[in-house]
Ligand binder design. Structure first.
Ligand code: GLN
Length: 283
């Protein structure tokens, strides 16, 4: 029998109901959000909530949960509240210094890994953020050398911690605005998920984007300035026959193709993400 002095403590079920009421209308996934936040406070998997709905939380756990719930009600993204997000089956630390990893970006990994290993020996990831692309590629291609850059020292700190937590050793991090501080000129593969949203895009005022760093999201010239700059710089840093893979907005594929072709990239192609949107251009 549980101790009787615990009877006033709320149960898992009661807290989830309270949370759903609070988040309905604020989040499209109220129930899921509530469960993820509660699991975070309890340090348990979601199956635990189903198995033990009557289990009561102590005052510390309840306080922590209600605090996170309030922040979620104000719109703060789940990944910033739990401090982590999955990408390509690994868990990455995330903070407000970095963009939250999105499934769309797994297309960059899929395309990179479809290249033969002898064409991915020397890889660079520009604007690495939390490090998801660089670290995933380094882990999946243990014999490759991977360099990752970011202009933000806060982001690089998160990326370094992720490489350490995941015990991935074949990746180095350098603070650089695109290629400005990179001297190597023999990359077989250049990948990037750069900022590509236009500064006046109303989506920036909605959802998770409101809380993410502008430096990771917004680019001038209708969102294309950084893509153009890094595609231009990449030409001076690639091995002969190297590949460039850049993520972009789903309505930007024609313009990105034009940029690649103007810069004399050959075999320019656009690839679709899991939702069927043109999301990555390669050259
Ligand atoms: N894919 C993100 C979004 O549209 C933006 C990421 C980026 O700008 N690189 O929500």
């Amino acid at each position: 029998m549980p101790e009787s002095n615990q009877t006033s403590a709320p149960s898992i079920q009661a807290l989830l109901e309270e949370a759903c009421t609070l988040l309905t209308g604020v989040s499209e996934s109220a129930r899921l959000d509530a469960e993820v936040l509660l699991c975070h406070c309890l340090d348990k998997p979601r199956a635990f909530l189903r198995a033990w709905p009557e289990r009561q939380l102590d005052a510390t756990q309840t306080g922590q949960f209600r605090h996170l719930l309030e922040q979620r009600r104000q719109g703060r993204p789940i990944a910033y509240l739990t401090g982590e997000r999955e990408f390509w089956s690994r868990t990455f630390k995330v903070t407000p210094d970095v963009l939250i990893p999105r499934p769309d970006s797994e297309l960059l990994i899929e395309l990179s890994l479809s290249l033969p290993a002898n064409q991915t020996g020397n890889i660079i990831d520009l604007g690495t953020g939390s490090g998801i692309l660089a670290i995933t590629l380094a882990a999946e291609r243990p014999s490759a050398k991977v360099l990752a850059t970011d202009i933000s020292s806060g982001a690089l700190e998160v990326a370094r911690q992720n490489a350490e937590r995941l015990a991935v050793g074949n990746v180095r991090f350098v603070q650089s605005h695109w290629f400005d501080s990179v001297i190597d000129a023999d990359f077989d593969l250049v990948v990037s998920n750069p900022p590509y949203i236009a500064a006046d895009d109303p989506h920036l005022q909605q959802g998770d984007l409101r809380f993410e760093p502008d430096t990771a999201l917004v680019s001038m010239d209708m969102g294309l300035k950084d893509i153009r700059l890094l595609a231009e710089q990449a030409r001076n840093h690639m091995a002969p026959g190297g590949h460039l893979l850049i993520e972009h907005g789903y309505q930007q594929s024609a313009q990105v193709q034009t940029i690649f072709k103007q810069l004399n990239y050959r075999r320019v192609d656009t690839h679709q993400d899991l939702s069927g949107n043109p999301r990555v251009t390669s050259g």
